[in-house]
Ligand binder design. Structure first.
Ligand SMILES: [Zn+2]
Length: 285
């Protein structure tokens, strides 16, 4: 599943490839991919004729700003969910790259280039938010998001304050998008390893110092992964179909039984709240 670094990689790709471009035509192949407005036609009409003025990311949501001539054109929201991905197909290559059966939405720019949304599992969603409507009103998932990991509000003290007295495990807490936005299984496991904390530790057992360390570890691992263009774990591809290469560097994630890169002990795996957790029994306490 794409996590924050993958979504950020896609955001940067969209920013680079689509900013300043005008959407000429939209074709929705799978109506269920459109969460708002109600009909694919209304979605297409909302976007067609609009210029993309830039892309933002909030948690795992991508939000494109739109302008219609000199007037605001609203926003285009995208959530990749499990397997959603964009592919930019230059006009010259379109004939050689017919849409695969998992293609959900196709958008053409005025230059004739195509931005294709492909989603094997079909959980990905798109929204068009009309101008003068708050984005969070239409994309309600945004209202529940906690602070961004890179924001000033995400500190060890914030974590300590939020997690004090909580009996749930730190792993479950990290996956809670209301605590911190954008973190999933991969970076939760990796940051807990770097911070030396076992995933099943109850939150209430962690002191401020440990949580400060965890916050630093999380920011560090996310930054490194963004630098590497996202992970390979989830068959992730950027706009040009290139796989990121953080996967080759994973410390514990999906390395069950393999030697810890620090101490050599075999990495263990346990089920926690329905998700697999990977950890080193020697380095994590
Ligand atoms: Zn170890």
């Amino acid at each position: 599943m794409p996590e924050l670094p993958e979504v950020e990689t896609v955001r940067r790709g969209l920013e680079q490839q689509t900013r300043g471009r005008t959407i000429r035509r939209v074709e929705v192949l799978r109506p269920r991919a459109i969460a708002n407005p109600e009909t694919p036609q209304a979605f297409a009409e909302g976007l067609q004729g609009c210029e993309l003025v830039g892309w933002q990311r909030r948690g795992k949501y991508l939000i494109g700003g739109l302008r219609r001539g000199s007037a605001p054109g609203g926003h285009w929201g995208v959530h990749l969910r499990m397997t959603g991905q964009f592919l930019l197909v230059p006009a010259a290559h379109e004939a050689a790259l017919p849409p695969c059966r998992h293609t959900r939405v196709r958008l053409w720019t005025e230059e004739g280039d195509e931005l294709r949304f492909i989603d094997m599992r079909s959980f990905g969603q798109m929204w068009w938010v009309p101008p003068e409507v708050a984005v969070e009103r239409v994309i309600s998932g945004l209202q529940r998001l906690g602070p961004e990991p890179f924001s000033d509000g995400f500190t060890g003290a914030y974590l300590h304050n939020r997690l004090q007295g909580s009996q749930r495990t730190i792993k479950a807490a990290l996956l809670d998008q209301g605590l911190v936005a954008g973190v999933g299984n991969i970076y939760a496991d990796e940051s807990l390893f770097l911070a030396g904390i076992r995933p099943h530790t109850p939150c209430s057992a962690l002191d401020l110092k440990q949580l400060q360390r965890l916050r630093e570890a999380l920011v560090d691992v996310l930054e490194r992964s963004i630098g590497a263009g996202g992970t390979t774990f989830s068959d992730f591809r950027d706009l040009t179909g290139t796989n990121g290469n953080y996967g080759g560097e994973a410390l514990v994630y999906r390395r069950t039984g393999q030697p810890c890169r620090v101490c050599g002990a075999p990495i263990e795996r346990s089920r926690l709240g329905g998700r697999s957790s990977h950890w080193c029994p020697a380095c994590q306490h």
